[in-house]
Ligand binder design. Structure first.
Ligand code: M3P
Ligand code: FE
Length: 311
């Protein structure tokens, strides 16, 4: 088995200002499947082709944003290994008990220097994707409801000291740096794209003075046609679009950035390339992010909202 350690993004808990409006958006417009509600009032969703019980959890609160972002790890030995490695590195961790989130095992939590709460867990109930276990069809009716992404794919987080967060993800959790954008003086890094797999990224950061901020949670689609169909569905449902449909130069993802009814940005995208542990990181200058097309290759500009609108 080649993929070990941290397997993939597992769940994101997102705050919404109105729960039923949030449910309508995530279930009926984005097209996630509702998989449960708990006694804290949280609503759980999964994308149609995900196998585990949940990947997006929403909670009503008086401000939007992200409560935590989690990665699934291989097994419980791996979870214990990372817990100890984080502690040895000097980071405090705590454990959330099994069942605190529906159908989810114990979670190890820690806070990155950027102010983001990150969780690791090994167990979540397998529910499958509603396809036959024997000789399955390539898709089923769930793949056509709303925008219907395949999976929750990655997030982009804004906060201070992204250099320290990068060090933890690389040195403790085994991520690799795939792309980066330099600061205008080229002395430091203003943005980082990191992978725990061979996706172009599983998590990304932009340097920002306020801690714990969310830029977007991203959802993967199968094709450019489906990205354009997503744009149609957004328009039909009055979803405010930020950028796109276009392509990012960075990661090469073909994308739309848009906002949920609470102002949390989300991304629907397809493509991007595969990375491998022997690849070297790609570097962009600050001008490259804007005029060089890193953010928006078609329009080659740094949209104002990119650096200023976060939740
Ligand atoms: C993504 C992605 C920028 C590139 C962003 C890339 C902000 O969000 O999913 O590929 O330059
Ligand atoms: Fe993204």
């Amino acid at each position: 088995m080649a993929i070990q350690g941290v397997l993939r993004p597992g769940h994101a808990q997102i705050r919404v200002l109105n729960l039923e409006q949030g449910v309508h958006f995530y279930r009926d417009v984005l097209g996630l499947l509702e998989t449960g509600r708990d006694d804290q009032g949280r609503v759980y969703f999964k994308a149609w082709d995900e196998q585990d019980h949940n990947s997006v959890v929403i909670r009503e609160a008086d401000r939007a944003g992200i409560d935590f972002f989690a990665f699934k790890v291989l097994d419980n030995d791996t979870l214990l290994h990372f817990e100890r490695a984080l502690n040895d590195y000097g980071l405090e961790t705590s454990r959330m008990p099994a069942g605190e989130m529906l159908e989810t095992g114990e979670r190890v939590r820690f806070t990155l220097p950027t102010g983001h709460l990150i969780e690791l867990y090994a167990d979540k109930t397998w529910v499958g994707n509603d396809s036959a276990e024997l000789n399955p069809a390539p898709w089923n009716a769930n793949a056509e409801k709303g925008i219907a992404p395949i999976r929750m794919d990655h997030c982009l987080l804004y906060g201070p000291d992204t250099a320290a967060a990068k060090k933890i993800l690389i040195e403790v959790l085994g991520f690799q740096l795939v792309e980066r954008t330099l600061t205008p003086d080229r002395e430091g890094e203003i943005a980082l794209w990191l992978s725990c797999s061979n996706k172009a990224h599983d998590i990304a950061f932009v340097e920002h003075s306020e801690p714990g901020k969310l830029h977007h949670v991203a959802f993967q689609l199968e094709s450019w046609e489906k990205v354009l169909r997503a744009a149609d569905i957004m328009a039909m449902n009055d979803v405010p679009v930020d950028i796109g449909p276009t392509r990012h130069g960075i990661t090469r993802g073909c994308t739309i950035y848009a906002w949920d009814p609470s102002g949390n940005r989300f991304e629907t995208f397809m493509g991007g390339y595969q990375t491998y542990p022997d690849h070297k990181p790609i570097t962009w200058t600050f001008e490259g992010l804007g005029e060089g097309g890193g953010l928006d290759y078609a329009h080659r500009k740094l949209h104002d909202t990119f650096l200023t609108v976060v939740t």
